[in-house]
Design a protein around this ligand. Structure first.
Ligand code: PLP
Length: 221
């Protein structure tokens, strides 16, 4: 099995090449290492190799890793999976960034925790039943609510297109997210995963969420 540093070098080269093609600076794109279903040792390996931003999908799973993960100085942890209101308190304690805010109710709950949190609004751009997120026509209202909450700092928008091995199929979704963010004057775009990060960077992504290409295939516990 390839070592983490070798996988990271390949991902870094892909990001760098996409930035060159898009005429963008490498510094404008953050690599978020997605560690769901991997043990805390995977986070520690990635940290040792220089990764500082991490994404987890499940509050409970990250809670178990948190004592060791939190010891990684200046690492930041993003929740990228759907968040139910009843888990918002725990999520607000464990994570620095919540990328999946999709209702005003959830935003208010997070605000009530009294701890500053960076947030993204997750936008549902596909018709798939299984996808979470705020409908695009409701994003402006939600952004307005979040901007009025003193503990939340609205950073940008996040989306997940329907999975398709052909990365070009993601492009219209990324383009649409970028237009929505521009209309709301939001700087950050969380879009692009292992298979479509190049297309996402070409369409303006500022944060790519990469799991498989860094850690290999996930095996559900
Ligand atoms: C799992 C996950 C990723 C990473 O996907 P890969 O294809 O393994 O890179 C990115 N974003 C979200 C929201 C995820 O759930």
């Amino acid at each position: 099995m390839p070592r983490f540093v070798d996988r990271l070098a390949i991902v870094e080269a892909r990001i760098a090449a996409a930035c060159v093609r898009a005429g963008r600076s490498r510094h404008d794109v953050t690599l978020l290492a997605v560690t769901k279903f991997f043990p805390v040792e995977a986070l520690e390996d990635a940290y040792a190799a220089g990764v500082r931003e991490f994404g987890e999908n499940y509050v409970q799973e990250f809670e178990a890793k948190a004592p060791r993960a939190r010891a990684l100085e200046d690492a930041r942890f993003h929740l990228i999976g759907p968040l139910q209101s009843n888990k918002s308190r725990k999520a607000g304690e464990l994570f620095d960034v919540i990328q999946t805010v999709d209702t005003a109710k959830l935003a208010r709950r997070l605000n009530e925790l009294g701890r500053p949190l960076d947030v993204f609004l997750e936008v549902k751009l596909s018709e798939e039943e299984s996808k979470h997120g705020c409908p695009p026509e409701a994003v402006a209202d939600l952004a307005h609510v979040v901007r009025g909450l003193e503990n939340l700092r609205l950073r940008g928008l996040m989306t997940m297109p329907p999975w398709d091995e052909n990365a070009e199929r993601s492009r219209p979704y990324f383009r649409r997210l970028r237009a929505l963010a521009a209309a709301l004057d939001l700087a950050e775009l969380s879009m692009g995963m292992s298979h479509d990060l190049e297309v996402a960077i070409e369409e303006g992504s500022t944060l790519v969420r990469v799991g498989t290409a860094l850690f290999g295939d996930r095996h559900k516990a």
